[in-house]
Design a protein. Structure first.
Length: 288
């Protein structure tokens, strides 16, 4: 996606520098916004507004805005701990439907009057984060140099960016969007397709065992649902186990029919993410 796809048609907007200087008392200071590829309001007359339902509900754009908000708030907590300020998100829609890309998901800094300097810093923070949110952005005009950020800030943000990339790993972007940061060096970054898959360090498979009752099974899908029991109390209900050895299904059916508890042995396998695992049932023993 090219930068020009997001920079065309923005002549109706306030100049970024002036917008940054507008302290909207009840909202705070806007320092960055996300906007869709197309116009949200399709048609407008004195009675009716027609809205692109697919775009207004863009979960990916909202999730990315939430990630930026969290990063900006931890930056404030880390480097401006003495100032009572925080970042909030508001969705704005232009009254004039002819304005290109007339919806904004805007990041506002809420704080004291002297927070303008922090808003300027956060605009550079968002630009830095967006430029590095993916491993490969050869067509998105990556800025390699951010002189406005100090070395400790850059080092701190690298860890935050890794967290963002983990949370968005492989997420598809069904509705492309752009992010513009304000300030002295405004920039636009576009996102389309999908976020790159993060290269996690996958832990080795391990073996698990315990006591459970049979919650159900799907013979066609070779799947069993076990309710894990610890100290005679349910610790996890209806946990999914893959059954590769189909001879186990006979025991599963028997335990379910007679309402018997089982002792199970399974492999926990990690495939794509360290926080998502698959359990493969290896053996069961019917108790009682």
């Amino acid at each position: 996606m090219k930068k020009t796809e997001y920079s065309l048609g923005e002549k109706f907007e306030l100049e970024s520098g002036n917008f940054l200087g507008c302290n909207l008392a009840e909202f705070g200071i806007p320092f960055s916004y996300l906007f869709p590829q197309s116009s949200l309001v399709i048609h407008l007359n004195e009675d009716w507004i027609s809205i692109d339902d697919e775009d207004v509900g863009s979960r990916v754009r909202k999730k990315f805005a939430d990630e930026l908000k969290c990063i900006c708030n931890v930056v404030i907590e880390k480097f401006y701990s003495g100032i009572d300020a925080c970042v909030s998100i508001r969705n704005l829609t232009a009254k004039n439907s002819k304005i290109s890309r007339n919806q904004r998901t805007t990041l506002f800094l809420i704080g004291p009057d002297k927070a303008g300097e922090i808003a300027e810093k956060l605009s550079h923070v968002t630009g830095f984060v967006c430029a590095r949110a993916q491993q490969r952005q050869s067509d998105l005009f990556i800025q390699d140099d951010f002189p406005e950020l100090l070395a400790p800030e850059v080092e701190f943000l690298e860890d935050q960016i890794n967290g963002l990339r983990k949370n968005l790993s492989g997420v598809k972007i069904n509705h492309p969007f752009g992010v513009e940061n304000f300030g002295s060096n405004p920039a636009i970054t576009g996102f389309s397709g999908e976020f790159d898959s993060f290269e996690f360090e996958i832990p080795p498979a391990d073996e698990v065992c315990g006591i459970a009752s049979i919650d159900g099974f799907r013979e066609f899908h070779n799947t069993a649902y076990l309710t894990i029991i610890d100290c005679d109390e349910i610790s996890e209900a209806s946990k999914n186990f893959a059954v590769q050895d189909t001879t186990l299904l006979k025991k599963i059916m028997e335990a379910k029919y007679y309402d018997k508890k089982i002792r199970y042995l399974a492999d926990r396998v990690f495939e794509n993410r360290p926080d998502k695992s698959t359990f493969i049932l290896k053996a069961i023993e019917i108790l009682g």
